[in-house]
Design a binder for this molecule. Sequence first.
Ligand code: GLC
Length: 563
Amino acid sequence: MRKNEEWKKKVAYQIYPRSFMDSNGDGTGDLKGITSKLDYLKDLGVDYVWICPVYASPMDDGGYDISDYYSINPMFGTMEDMDELLAEAKKRGIRIIMDLVLNHCSDEHVWFKRALADPDCEEASYFWFRRTDDGNPPNNWRSMFGGSAWEQVPDGRWYLHLFSKKQPDLNWENPKLREKLYEMIRWWLDKGLGGFRIDAITHIKKEPTLASLPPDGPDGMVGCFAPTRNYPGIGDLLTELRENTFDRYDCITVAEAAGVPYDQLGDYIGENGYFSTLFDFTYSELYNHGHTWHTCKKAWEWPISLLRDKMFASQLETQKIGFGAVYFENHDYPRACEKFIPHEYQSPLTQKMLGTLFFFLRGIPFIYQGEELGMTNTVFESIDDVDDISTKNHYRISLADGLTPEEAIKAVNRYSRDNGRVPFPWGPGKNGGFTTGKPWMKPHPRYLEFNAADEAKDPGSVLNYYKKMVALRKSEYPGAQLTLGDIAPLLLDYPDIIAYKRIKDGREVAVVCSFSPCPLSIKADFAPGEVFIANYEKPFEKSGENLVLPPFSAFVCEMTEKC
Ligand code: GLC
């Protein structure tokens, strides 16, 4: 049994530290900047703050390439700044969740440097090195960021990297390496962390023969999911990880656990699961099809009923076993409106509708920085405006496929994860108040429309709507229903509506969201009672037996029997 179940009633917030708040005018967000904004987070009602990696790193992949797990990247400050952040957060009842990257480290980590210098040293066995006779990589696996998953080093050896070539995979078969990682995790937990978000963790076990597989693309390569994602035997590693670390502390663990089939959820997040909870990607990645972005359908060309069905499948399966972690945005995605709402309808109204939909699902909600302001995708005029390695790879593939730079940048604007990584707009001043210097990435061109200072003053803003949603979750009624209650779908006959009810102690609360740009007349089998929150003053009109919802209406209401 997990020691502390209170986290299920909490609200979490994700920070991309490079773009949150710059305290020293160097153009990059930092730890002191986060500390200076803790009152903003407190005011929003946040309990947990997950911070993307701030460890020492050459920043090839936004800090997910760690060169020293025990130190802070000077770009973000010092270990003293980290300790101060932890202490100041604690004073406000906020717990800090750090990102934990265990599948790989940086090629600039001392382990890898030693492994390069001496093939026979202990550290060489911390990685996946292989030699081949024919000058070709050991197999045809494709890395997640495109191209071969193998890189050759000057002495002829190849090493495996499922992500960028500056992120060599760690060899979890080696017990010495595992103990080093556990020691490091305990060191951080001893500092009083609230827990970890655990990166790419389903990839730590590899198919042991590392054999080539039938190609799935014209490049002769094959995606490395089958042989490296949730591969049989991973459970032993994850159990050992948990027992040696998390189980000994009062902390929560949120796994980035793509590829876990529902029939294995119990192993991951059941009563004795490896983690407290996990992110399920099945419904937030509807558009990830095809070999690159320009060949994908636009997100909103997928029917809303597909989102609904995948979302409910996830919710209902998770409910049988444990408690999920829900989100619509994070640092790896464009903004949610880009995924689900056509451009002409993107507005504070639709942002509130999307927020309502995700926020009251069953699971701990993670708000991604800027989502609470209703931020949309930014504008990239050329690839020079982009930092992200995966975006640059997709851009290259588009050009190789014959697209012009103008055509290729369109797909970048739609799908790049840098859309969510632009500087946070704190106010209407220069650079949105993010920095007094030159921001490391161009601010969103529309920050005058959405920024924290102006929205705080506007009762109708997305920010104030989010505050109300947080407060509602924390109320006694309907908070208990909206957090711990069971979930069941509603109004399944309407393909443009996603609706559900949350049920606890015999009381039922409905959450209804319309994706229709036109008014919709619906026949509900319940009568709406008190409306707790809505994106319209009147989110529906009664018309005989029916309710007529205005375009993109969203509301949370008490359910009463129909007479
Ligand atoms: C995770 C992170 C992503 C990173 C990747 C490799 O998916 O969320 O940002 O690029 O792992 O570490």
